[in-house]
Ligand binder design. Structure first.
Ligand code: GLN
Length: 535
């Protein structure tokens, strides 16, 4: 089948869940047996979100091939189980960078470089790129931002042109909008949706399918009204009401026929509706898992999206352990020796979160000490693992000034050191150790057990600093084992304390590869251990 393109745009407001709708549509088409991929085009000018503070756009996700991306790629992977690539996350910055590099090379032969056609051509090239490398039946492209943003206009122009060139059977627009409820009037309002569609039409794009986000059930009458005003078939007006979990969205979309209508619009007979058996099993199990496990996230970002993949990984593992993980944010900046017991009270397990820079690290170290000395299940991830290592050096090995080179340039006990390959790096963007690398797991270790007896695993990274092997022997002699090592570079990737119930730190980020149907084994084992504490 010739590759077909589905564009997902958003109107009225941001944060309506375009990423979840894109991921859900991907999931539904995939379960019909189609080869699909989902890509995100972000209008901001940063080359990638790697240099962005999580307060800006939430967590920075990392693909197996080492691209720092928008967090929506995490949803795409968690829903579909498909690994995304560096071609699946594109920003205005990346588009301009390639055009400007080409201009400097002289490739444009004296031409004036303009937004139309040069920038729009480059956007089109990138939209089509994935399908030039391998076959896809459907490429779903989510356009970041909201219709009306100045910076998303070149993307809309590129979509318009592609739709014109390919025809309606090969290129389709799904537009997500918001239907607010005015409590005072007791009414749902469709005007913002009408306006948003008009704007889109003004750019020459007629959406074929509308997904209306709302907090209340929409009547048939209201859907009909929207259909009429917006030139859309009434069965192509789908509603996306608030649901208890984002993982119910694909089921809700399937029930209303989002995937079927997209297929029909592209001239394909939908055929039988797939069962989504395993997905339903997950939802059922999730619903029945009511016993609560309290997990504390010790970190400095007081915002849900900053630790998105960790929260989702905990939720997956909770479901498959038949419990409900309740995550509590514990601000590491506020943790002191005096209040740590109080702040961690009631927690059945602690995650020491990833991060960069000095702020909040002493609190993480205190938390690591508390959980180590009280044998509370603890999962240190990246910076979290590094803080476990520093805590151990300070309080067990007796190096009071132990630290990471990142935080202290001069300490003689740099138990966490800058990686050799990072020493001469001056450019900050995209230069960390990124993406999936092999890790050899020591047989017989707790981690080995957690991984179900695998000796070689592949996990994703995002860091500049590493465990300093000069201290390896001292750690092992004193009870912290370095049980995971990257064979090529001899970097320590996993530390654990075999004498404790569950005290494991990983230099890599296992949270990037937990999916709904394949929860990550380390999260599974950590939640299991925490659940045992809860009982
Ligand atoms: N700042 C640490 C490093 O660069 C940890 C990074 C992280 O937690 N992702 O090594």
């Amino acid at each position: 089948m010739e590759t077909r393109y589905i564009f997902i745009t958003g109107g009225v407001a941001s944060s309506l869940g375009k990423g979840i709708i894109s991921a859900s549509l991907g999931k539904l088409l995939q379960s019909r047996g189609y080869e699909i991929t989902i890509q995100k085009f972000d209008p901001y000018i940063n080359i990638d979100p790697g240099t962005l503070n999580p307060y800006e756009h939430g967590e920075c996700y990392v693909t197996a091939d080492g691209q720092e991306t928008d967090l929506d790629l995490g949803h795409y992977e968690r829903f579909t189980g498909i690994q995304m690539t560096r071609d699946n996350s594109v920003t205005t910055g990346r588009i301009y960078l390639s055009v400007i590099e080409r201009e400097r090379r002289g490739d444009y032969l004296g031409k004036t470089i303009q937004v139309v056609p040069h920038i729009t051509d480059e956007i089109k090239r990138r939209i089509l790129l994935n399908a030039t490398k391998r076959h896809f039946d459907f490429v779903i492209t989510e356009i970041g931002g909201t219709i009306g943003d100045i910076e998303s206009q070149p993307f809309l122009e590129a979509i318009r042109q592609l739709r014109w060139e390919m025809g309606p059977q090969r290129a389709l627009n799904v537009h997500l909008t918001y239907v607010p409820y005015l409590a005072a009037a007791g009414e749902l309002k469709t005007k913002p949706t009408q306006t948003s569609v008009k704007q889109l039409q003004g750019f020459g794009i007629q959406p074929e399918v509308l997904v209306l986000r709302s907090e209340h059930e929409l009547s048939d009458e209201l859907r009909l009204k929207v259909a009429r005003f917006c030139n859309v078939d009434v069965e192509a007006v789908i509603q996306s009401q608030d649901l208890p979990s984002i993982y119910e969205v694909p089921v809700n979309m399937q029930r209303q026929g989002l995937d079927a209508i997209c297929l029909k619009k592209m001239g394909i007979t939908p055929g039988e509706t797939p069962q989504l058996g395993l997905w339903h099993d997950f939802l059922e199990r999730r619903k029945n898992a009511t016993e609560v496990v309290n997990i504390g996230l010790v970190g400095k970002y007081d915002l849900q999206d900053a630790y998105k993949s960790i929260l989702e990984s905990l939720a997956h593992a909770g479901t498959y352990n038949d419990c409900k993980v309740r995550a509590h944010f514990i601000n590491s900046e506020l943790i002191t020796r005096d209040n740590v017991e109080e702040l961690l009270k009631g927690m059945n397990g602690i995650v020491i979160c990833p991060g960069f820079g000095q702020r909040g690290i002493e609190g993480k170290i205190i938390a690591a000490e508390y959980t180590r000395t009280h044998d509370l299940p603890t999962f240190g991830i990246c910076l979290g693992m590094q803080m476990m290592v520093i805590e151990f050096a300070r309080n067990v090995l007796g190096y009071a000034d132990a630290n990471s080179r990142e935080m202290d340039q001069t300490t003689p006990h740099n138990v966490i050191d800058i990686m050799e390959e990072q020493k001469n790096i001056t450019q900050m963007g995209g230069t960390m150790r990124l993406g999936a690398y092999d890790c050899q797991v020591r047989e017989g270790s707790k981690t080995f057990e957690a991984y179900g007896g695998q000796t070689l695993v592949k996990e994703r990274h995002r860091h500049r600093y590493e465990f300093n092997n000069r201290y390896l022997e001292a750690y092992e002699r004193n009870g912290m084992q370095c049980v995971g090592v990257n064979p090529a570079a001899n970097l320590v990737e996993i530390v654990e304390m075999p004498d404790l119930h569950w005290y494991i730190g990983t230099q890599f980020h296992p949270e990037y590869s937990s999916t709904v149907l394949h929860p990550h084994p380390l999260f599974m084992s950590f939640v299991k251990a925490s659940f045992a504490v809860a009982k």
